[in-house]
Design a protein around this ligand. Structure first.
Ligand code: NAG
Ligand code: NAG
Ligand code: NAG
Length: 249
């Protein structure tokens, strides 16, 4: 019993009696509560002020930009491409790769998606011969095996992209391409699968210390970047089409 009291009292040796201390605690917790209330109402007031200011700012901004129709701004095909590529993680690679196709300007997100898909397809088609060339030059079995994996993964990746490009073609007997939910969802699946293939290849290459694979690694990175751009545009296609004041084809 004594030892329990000793422990209870431990640390309070210099404090007032327990009763007094309880009162003190109550008072200080009331004070803390008051303080919390004050802080809470102050933060609420600040929050409200911010919201009101944001609303005013939004109204002012809207009225300032109202005269410009969205389509006017987006009529410039450079601006359109910037807007479309704005949904990707690699703005520069998206803009540069698509504009390097030198396609006649057209302010249409679906068209830009199609171009981005062509970019991905071309890069991958060009890249897929590289591991084979390197295998014939390599004399390290481990490097060779990682490169062989990539050959198979590229083949699969390429067929996923080709299937996607096929869906973007105007079918026989169709006047124009119809971009259904089903087509969009299929392409999302296929491009994601193609990217996974590439990442699997990259993982295998990254495990190799060999400098032989450095070139492949850089190219696969680039190819994966292009696919990620295509996928991002596709994922945002509906919103982009609406933003351009167009209808889904
Ligand atoms: C875009 O602007 C050009 C002139 O700069 C005009 O001829 C064309 O009709 C415009 N296109 C749209 C869709 O507004
Ligand atoms: C294919 O890649 C090589 C670089 O390895 C490049 O020189 C060539 O221009 C590329 N071809 C195409 C069609 O992109
Ligand atoms: C997409 O590009 C391919 C190849 O250039 C073309 O055959 C097809 O008609 C295009 N589709 C659309 C919807 O623009």
């Amino acid at each position: 019993m004594d030892s329990i009291n000793f422990f209870k009292g431990y640390g309070k040796v210099n404090n007032p009696s327990e009763n007094q201390q309880l009162q003190l605690q109550q008072i200080s917790s009331q004070k803390a509560l008051q303080r919390r209330r004050i802080i809470l109402s102050a933060s609420l007031a600040i929050l409200l002020t911010i919201i009101v200011l944001a609303l005013i700012g939004g109204l002012v901004h809207e009225s300032a930009t109202e005269p410009a129709e969205p389509e006017d701004e987006l009529n410039d095909s450079g601006e359109s491409l910037k807007t479309v590529c704005g949904v990707t993680q690699h703005l520069d690679s998206c803009i540069n790769s698509i504009s390097s196709l030198n396609d006649p300007p057209r302010s249409d997100p679906v068209h830009f998606f199609n171009l981005s898909l062509q970019v991905s397809l071309r890069e991958l088609a060009n890249l897929s011969s590289l591991p084979r060339t390197l295998i014939s030059r390599s004399n390290d079995p481990k490097t060779e095996s990682a490169l062989k994996d990539c050959v198979n993964l590229f083949d699969d990746s390429l067929s996923q992209l080709k299937n996607s490009a096929e869906l973007m073609k105007v079918g026989p007997g169709e006047k124009k391409m119809l971009l259904t939910e089903m087509k969009i969802s299929d392409m999302q699946t296929w491009i994601s699968a193609a990217m996974t293939d590439q990442e699997t290849c990259l993982d295998g290459l990254d495990e190799m210390g060999s400098t032989v694979v450095d070139e492949v690694r850089v190219r696969v990175h680039k190819s994966n970047e292009y696919m990620s751009n295509s996928l991002a545009i596709l994922n945002n296609l509906k919103d982009l089409v609406a933003k351009f004041g167009l209808k889904m084809p």
